[in-house]
Design a protein around this ligand. Structure first.
Ligand code: ATP
Ligand code: MG
Length: 422
């Protein structure tokens, strides 16, 4: 296949400096909120053994069947780029021995993820997840905490058009009976379903509720509800969760059609949906996965967590016109007036200001005075620091406010504390 060398691969996107500023802001805010709940950051590899995902995420899922970037490395191992964050974190939890720490053990992460999907707005082949995982508690208080954390983070950002929907997808016991009812319901309309769902009907009928094809979505509203099939433990847990959320002042809707696209989930499933970012509106998806560690390591260890799509979050922020723009313009440009300004003087002033946390641009284009002033204007610098012979003699600089044009001579020794007054 012929490729255009100046185009990034399909479904990937460059983040230019304006966007990385927002990316880092969101990442930092997320890690701060997570840490305020006692979740500490973990970093796991971008590559994992393919089997971690085929067994962990589930061989019948879209992710494993159609979306993974899988290749043989030079040693003949089958390796995959991670399509989601949870399986790798669960693996690291077991491998590190942190499984034997005082429970619960709580992690946060920011991970790049890769899925070979049809790219569209909010759906890329490389994207990022902000996530947390909480291991070791099977209590519903853990579910409430995880949802509360996501809610705090999204609210703190100022997002208003986000709805939380919750569901319980029960345990294996509840699901057996539910699946029978679901298959019975969908069999009567099976010839109208999309090709994938025709297959899912035999392999993984709950996935039918999750299908985004038009011909399938119209059947999901009349499908039997999992909530009518919950065993007493799952039903109790689900109503306790609702009570805890209400006590925490968190609004939610119950939606029995949320099943989540990964095999490892049980009981609580939830999504935060943004109403204004198109069809792919799920900004955050999460739930309980009490069988994942058992599948990977043969150890019974409950877990719950969520993943927030960072790119979708950026779309949501954009759609609500929330201004999180961070300036990429420098505060100072140092402008020598004349040929005889020693470099060491320029470097010393730049260093002093940079050490006090300011952004300082020094000419590296050999521009003259006039074109440096023009340049300072163009890049929206706040101040020009003009350094001529008179200034040099007096150990001073002329500080020019680029917006107002006001200027004042300031002793170099007083520069760090003086800029607000000009
Ligand atoms: P969807 O139903 O939209 O395909 P999903 O159920 O596959 O989402 P999860 O596996 O639960 O998504 O991932 C958690 C979050 O990661 C999603 O809610 C979404 O915000 C984000 N996400 C998932 N896939 C992509 C993608 N291809 N591009 C961008 N963000 C994504
Ligand atoms: Mg998906």
């Amino acid at each position: 296949m012929e490729v255009e060398l100046t185009n990034a691969p399909k479904g990937t996107k460059d983040l230019m400096p304006k966007e990385t500023a927002l990316f880092r802001y969101l990442e930092n805010e997320f890690l701060k909120v997570a840490s305020s709940y006692g979740y500490n950051e973990i970093m796991t590899p971008v590559i994992e053994h393919t089997e971690l995902f085929s067994r962990g995420v589930g061989s019948g899922t879209d992710i494993v069947q159609k979306e993974m970037y899988t290749f043989k490395d030079l040693g003949g191992r089958s390796i995959s780029l991670r399509p989601e964050g949870t399986a790798g974190v669960a693996r690291a939890y077991v491998q590190s021995g942190e499984l034997s720490k005082a429970k619960p053990v709580k992690y946060s992460y920011v991970s790049s993820c890769f899925r070979y999907e049809k790219p569209q707005s909010g759906r890329q082949r490389m994207f990022h997840q902000l996530g947390i995982e909480c291991f070791g508690s099977k209590e519903v208080q853990a579910d409430a905490e995880v949802i509360m954390l996501a809610s705090d983070f999204l609210n703190n950002l100022g997002l208003k058009e986000i709805t939380l929907t919750i569901n319980s997808i029960g345990c294996n016991k509840c699901r057996e009976k539910y699946k029978e009812a679901l298959v019975k319901y969908y069999e009567s309309v099976s010839e109208n379903l999309c090709e994938t769902c025709k297959i899912r009907l035999n392999t993984n009928p709950m996935r039918l509720l999750d299908c985004k094809e038009d011909e399938c979505t119209k059947y999901s509203s009349d499908a039997p509800s999992i909530l009518d099939f919950l065993c007493s433990e799952c039903a109790n847990d689900f109503s306790k969760l609702q009570e805890l959320l209400t006590n925490a002042g968190i609004q939610y809707e119950v939606d029995p059609r949320i099943v989540r696209g990964l095999d490892y989930y049980n009981k609580t499933a939830f999504e935060f949906i943004h109403e204004n970012i198109g069809a792919k509106a799920t900004v955050c998806g999460g739930g309980r996965y009490d069988n994942l560690i058992n599948t990977l390591a043969g150890i019974k260890e409950p877990g719950i967590g969520f993943g927030i799509g960072l790119e979708r979050l950026m779309l949501a922020i954009d759609s609500e016109n929330i201004d999180k723009s961070i300036s990429t313009s420098p505060e100072y440009v140092i402008i020598p007036a004349g040929e005889n300004v020693p470099h060491e003087k320029i470097y010393a002033i730049a260093k002093m200001l940079r050490n006090s946390g300011k952004t300082v641009v020094v000419d590296i284009m050999n521009r003259n005075f006039k074109s440096l002033i023009k340049y300072a204007n163009k890049i929206n610098a706040k101040y020009a620091l003009i350094l001529g012979e008179d200034e040099l003699k007096n150990e001073a600089v002329t500080v020019k406010n680029m917006a107002s044009g006001d200027q004042r001579t300031v002793k170099i020794s007083e520069l760090v504390n003086s800029q607000e007054t000009i």
